[in-house]
Design a protein around this ligand. Sequence first.
Ligand code: SF4
Length: 686
Amino acid sequence: HKPRYGETEKVRTTCSYCGVGCQMHLHIKDNRVQRITGADTAPNNGSLCVKGRFGYDFIHSEERLTHPLIREKDGFRKVSWDEALKKIADHFTKIKLQDGPDKMGVLVSARMTNEDNYIAQKFARTVLKTNNIDHCARLCHASTVAGLAASFGSGAMTNPIADIENARVILVTGSNTTETHPVLSGFIKRAVKFNKARLIVIDPRQITLTRFAEKWLRPEPGTNVAWINGLMHVILKENLHDPDFIRQRTIDFDKLKKSLEPYTPEYVASLTGIKEKALIETARIYAAGAPSSIIYCMGITQHSSGTDNVKALANLAMLCGYMGIEGGGVNPLRGQNNVQGACDMGGLPNVYPGYKPVTDPVVRADMEKAWQVADLSPIPGMTVTEMIPAAAEKKIKSLYIIGENPMVSDPDIGHVKKCLKNLDLLVVQDIFMTETGKLAHVVLPATCFAEKNGTFTNTERRIQRIRKAVSPPGNALGDWQIICRLAGQMGMGMSYKNSREIMDEIASVTPSYAGVTYERLEEKGIHWPCPQKDHPGTPILHQETFTNGKGVFHAIEFRVPAEETCPEYPLILTTGRLLYQYHTGTMTMKTAGLNEIAPESHIEISSEDAQNAGLRDGEIAELSSRRGMVTARISISPKAVNGTVFMPFHYARAAANVLTNTALDPVAKIPELKVCAVKLRNIKPS
Ligand code: SF4
């Protein structure tokens, strides 16, 4: 039934904010979203958080991009699609011939659908002929993908969201769940309240979940490996581990055991500040869980030791045999609506869809056959954190940035700006004129989630439909349509009738999505791996066997963060998210109600540190690091621990990432966004 003018229609879709992937109804009248309500199905069972329910003003915002734009002097000129795409196509073709394909790069997006991401990586690999393709997972969970893949053979959340309620013990670390994954935090709270689950929170900040916790440990930022090794030291010493599981399902236990010997509670206390008794009691609680679930987020991953932190958590879960069972597992909470899918689709420099390595000649030959092309590049491409700095030295000459905003999200923004300005061609494809778009030579207007069909894969690996509910503004086009038209301009045929046809191709080249069809996704989605058309999907991973057979223990040594405090920079800065804003604010900052509650950046600080600096709540102060300086309002909060200040990273003004460190994890190349040394200056006139 097509509603007539004035009638209301309800369109079921998936929230486009965080990785929980709540199911919702868009209520449409006269081609406008009037309100949003939760759909009474998994994963959210009717619940929505404030962003999902009320943060939709961006869809019909007057500020939406409606036409392609080409830079002219200090401004932009509205142009036709043909003119914009010809300019880009001519440039890419010239660079490809003159300098080689690897002088170009593509940043895809966790905001886009699986279908958009698949087409974008196919474009980079088959049209541009480079593996220089990456996306913001590099900044949030690259260390999860690397760490869990090394331990379990698969880098994703092991258990589904609803399964949290089956856990006897829940260990939450580095996740401010009530603000970053609000609906998922309801599962934790319900498990504690109604199922008597025991909650352990390990986090330097006094986050809301500490109110529900039996144990709250407050480690110094950047000391994760030390306390995780400490827990395992106690578990082994007290014989609380699971020898049968270790013998039957894992390898390299002896290496782990030896490496844990030095991590006595006394030594761990000296590294982390966690009292010995608290560490011992926490180890006993976790080991007594049967099952215990580990939930973590960017407090674990955004470190120069991010991959080590993830491997250490995987060690802990395997040590107690909590893998492959209901209520157990190691559960990274993926941040964005489709960050899991963007990785699955091969929006990464080293793998094709389904994590198949670009360096494997057999895999490459298969992909060449499937895509009917020759000469796919065998060289792994650069990561986001390598491509942008490479622009400074002209090692990258053009970037095609789709749905990302590195001018707010990436570390050391001052340097990011210099690099982007050094490009011969910067193309930005987005729904708004972002801080990054303002530096572009060409800006392309894309459609938002309410204007397109496709799929997102949420944090629990559930592939879910999104459905077109309203028409796009002006001449905006879907991301995959734009990319296909650009490929056409470059003389390469990439044409698809619709997103369904793209999903059929994804299924044909991605083993974990092989059984997926739009028909099968209609009601509740499917958890990958889903290898055949009659396979029900896999809510719990690693039940009989790990992806590569046995789980692998890793001996991990504690390393200090890349930057430590010193007399000049005596405080630690850590960054994170707020309930009322989302990432770089491009979407949530279009909703007046959300802006009223969380209008600007702030520096969260303990009362003691504020007093030492002579600052009162609400006063403006200057915070600087070795990379830059911002001024923002002081917010004295019991959440803050002495010696550490916190800033949200959503805001372009007083952007926290002006200060953050670009030091990288050597394996995952994720920057150390969670720890840098800063100094605070009172700028009140004396
Ligand atoms: Fe959307 Fe996440 Fe909120 Fe659910 S919890 S409504 S997915 S932002």
